[in-house]
Design a protein around this ligand. Structure first.
Ligand SMILES: Nc1ncnc2c1ncn2[C@@H]1O[C@H](COP(=O)(O)OP(=O)(O)O)[C@@H](O)[C@H]1O
Ligand SMILES: [Mg+2]
Length: 253
């Protein structure tokens, strides 16, 4: 499924939060979204999932305008793991993840064993199978984050939007989630702060003050001039002696 944004603008009280954003996410592509705090990453993800309407421009799903689609139809195609998602406290982890099945249920297709299987599979994928019966409120920040990702996976979307999904995770689970994202085979738009992690994306979109500053393969986009201009840091590339891979190091400028 192709997700296309055309000239998206979003303003609030006369201020542009996003301006002139055009980009296309190809089927199966992992697009990283990077930019300083307040550059518009979360706003863009909320627009792309249909939670917020653009003031100008439009979003197309396989060429069809999203504005004309019922929310339920959008939810079958696109899931968002928000930056600070909340879930009511008196609920088990399994039931919280089961909420992801909502767009697929109606009077003619009630909850079935297949939905149970989706939920169990999603929990296993984020390494939370053992906590399925726990109360949501007892989870740690990182476990909650993984449960939110499981809920989005249970939604079985063709496009997954993730807003800084590794923020609360320990390093092993950060790597697990990034591996999982890369292996899903669905289109992914992922907002990330760690630029070395962003290097793993197929392409990167760089936001600054609500505008798209660059869009392309990580090695092209993350050049020293852009890192200086957008993030205000000096960057140098180091080579890992073990496998020859490049790692970036950052210094204040
Ligand atoms: N509901 C809102 N009311 C006022 N300002 C907002 C609102 N949502 C976002 N903003 C502002 O829009 C800008 C972009 O925010 P955001 O998209 O959250 O950036 P990022 O995710 O890149 O940190 C910020 O300056 C933020 O303060
Ligand atoms: Mg944000």
């Amino acid at each position: 499924m192709t997700l296309e944004a055309q000239d998206l603008c979003r303003c609030l009280r006369g201020r542009d939060l996003l301006r002139g954003i055009s980009l296309t996410v190809a089927p199966g592509e992992v697009l990283g979204l990077i930019g300083p705090n307040g550059s518009g990453k979360s706003t863009l993800l909320r627009l792309l999932v249909g939670l917020v309407r653009p003031d100008r421009g439009r979003i197309l799903l396989d060429g069809q305008p999203m504005a004309a689609m019922p929310q339920r139809q959008i939810a079958k195609q696109i899931a968002l793991v928000a930056q600070s998602a909340e879930t009511s406290d008196r609920i088990s982890v399994r039931d919280a993840v089961a909420l992801g099945r909502t767009p697929w249920l109606d009077a003619l297709s009630p909850w079935s064993a297949q939905d149970d299987a989706h939920v169990a599979h999603a929990l296993r994928r984020v390494d939370l199978g053992h906590l399925a019966d726990r109360d949501w409120s007892t989870l740690s920040g990182g476990e909650r984050q993984r449960a939110h990702i499981a809920r989005a996976l249970a939604q079985d979307p063709r496009i997954l939007l993730l807003d800084e999904p590794t923020n609360h995770l320990d390093i092993r689970h950060q790597l697990t989630i990034l591996d999982l994202v890369a292996s899903l085979g669905v289109s992914v738009v992922i907002a990330l702060h760690d630029l070395n992690q962003a290097m793993r994306c197929d392409r990167l979109a760089v936001l600054q003050d609500g505008r798209l500053q660059a869009l392309g393969p990580p090695a092209d986009v993350l050049d020293p001039a852009l890192l200086q201009r957008v993030f205000g840091v000096r960057a140098s590339a180091l080579v890992d002696a073990q496998d020859g891979s490049r790692v970036m190091r950052f210094l204040p400028s």
